[in-house]
Design a protein around this ligand. Structure first.
Ligand SMILES: Cc1cc2nc3c(=O)[nH]c(=O)nc-3n(C[C@H](O)[C@H](O)[C@H](O)COP(=O)(O)OP(=O)(O)OC[C@H]3O[C@@H](n4cnc5c(N)ncnc54)[C@H](O)[C@@H]3O)c2cc1C
Length: 384
């Protein structure tokens, strides 16, 4: 009896051809570097330029703005292939920064930043979280004080993905510390470099997983940013912009979660067929068969839910609450299924040289970032 397969409706012939390019690039250029990236705690900077040359960094930005001219289906392919290969590389954050510029940027900001993001000449980062404000973004303390035709930025951010190489930081700041609620928050596009006066990047933080991906603290002390780099036509729009764009980010997390889950199940089925226990294949034990049957079924349910979300997004119809459901439920399933898969690997499941061990450590953060799953459930509950 063949195992059921499912072809997602959004994977058109053209998208499948794009997948071949992406997979080939990841296997050829990124996979061989992973041990070194893990040791140095960040990707190589030139990986961005190489990915950019193939149109993998901003695949759903129009070609006039330096992107790949595709849709979210192309971005989903990049996310899936990176997840399957276990490569944690900042392409997703890069594209999210580009989306902020596409959606809210002035013509000049678009012309200035998007082609460079697309080519990987600038590495993008989103800096919202602070030591004292994560889920509660209204509590941020970083300020941007207007002085003539500049803002002067003071404060710090933590847990910033792509922080080590970041050349364009989409920075959440308080432009009006006295304003009540969300209205005091704005987003600034800060073009950074190690020589920018007052700007400092901390060493990549020591994480539980994703060791090859840089997550850093960023410090701002009197950093001068041109006032023209305010994102959006006026101050006070930042929190609304973030809330709008988080739907895209949460869908992206859900895409990676399902791809990782599918890979974990496939790897474990193979392991269970190859591994002998008490003289017979691990796969012949009833517990193994029951666990894997459940994991495979749940992965398939997740795939169908995700495909529905992608289809709705492509039609411009994905609402924030459904995106929150996808992010919450698919990452919970991912972690639970991978944990079962680790158990079926026995002691080898705890060894970093086995992909399942790295998937276990690498996936845990998906329940925390892009809005914790508790915050997702709050959002869902508010809609009831
Ligand atoms: C590897 C990694 C990469 C990251 N990348 C980025 C990045 O690129 N940019 C960026 O800005 N941030 C990034 N983050 C930060 C991430 O988004 C935050 O960690 C997350 O939003 C949670 O904030 P916090 O850590 O301050 O936890 P807290 O907000 O302090 O939460 C603590 C606990 O309280 C719960 N909680 C909070 N509010 C509620 C509520 N209303 N109802 C119920 N429970 C609640 C949370 O669910 C959690 O369990 C990253 C984090 C990690 C670990």
């Amino acid at each position: 009896m063949p195992s059921p397969t499912h072809e997602s409706p959004w994977r058109t012939e053209e998208v499948r051809a794009f997948r071949n390019t992406v997979r080939d690039f990841i296997q050829r250029e990124l996979v061989p570097q992973q041990a070194r990236w893990r040791a140095q705690h960040h990707p190589d900077l030139d990986a961005f330029a190489k990915a950019g040359a193939l149109g993998l960094l901003t695949p759903d930005v129009s070609t006039e703005l330096g992107g790949g001219g595709g849709t979210f289906a192309h971005e989903a392919v990049v996310l899936e292939e990176l997840a399957r290969a276990g490569v944690h590389f900042g392409a997703s954050v890069q594209n999210i920064v580009a989306r902020y510029v596409v959606t809210y940027g002035s013509d000049e900001q678009k012309r200035n930043f998007l082609p460079r993001l697309g080519r990987g000449e600038l590495v993008g980062a989103i800096a919202m979280t602070e030591p004292g404000a994560g889920s509660d973004l209204q509590g941020i303390k970083t300020t941007a004080r207007r002085e003539g035709d500049h803002y002067v930025v003071d404060g710090s951010k933590t847990f910033i993905t792509n922080g080590w190489h970041a050349g364009l930081v989409c920075l959440a700041v308080k432009t009006d510390p006295k304003a009540a609620g969300p209205r005091g928050i704005s987003l600034l596009l800060v073009e950074t470099s190690r020589s920018l006066p007052g700007y400092r990047v901390g060493n990549p933080l020591e994480k539980v997983g994703r060791h090859g991906h840089d997550t850093c603290e960023l410090f701002f002390e009197g950093v001068r940013v041109p006032a023209a780099n305010l994102l959006g036509p006026a101050e006070g729009k930042g929190l609304f912009q973030m809330m709008e764009q988080l739907t895209y980010e949460r869908l992206s997390v859900a895409v990676a979660a399902v791809a990782t889950t599918e890979e974990a199940v496939a790897v474990t089925i193979q392991y269970a067929k190859d591994r002998t226990v008490s003289g017979k294949p691990l796969m012949e034990l009833q517990n193994t068969r029951m666990v894997l049957a459940r994991c495979k079924t749940e992965a398939m349910i997740g795939r169908h839910f995700l495909d529905g979300c992608i289809e709705r997004f492509l039609k411009g119809q994905l609402d924030p609450v459904t995106a929150a459901m996808a992010k919450y439920w698919l990452t919970e399933r991912e972690c639970s299924i991978i944990d079962d898969c680790v158990q079926l690997h026995g002691g080898y499941g705890y060894m970093n040289e086995y992909p399942i061990a790295r998937m276990w450590a690498d996936s845990r953060v998906e329940r925390i970032y892009a809005g914790t799953n508790e915050v997702m459930k709050e959002m869902i509950a508010w809609s009831l």
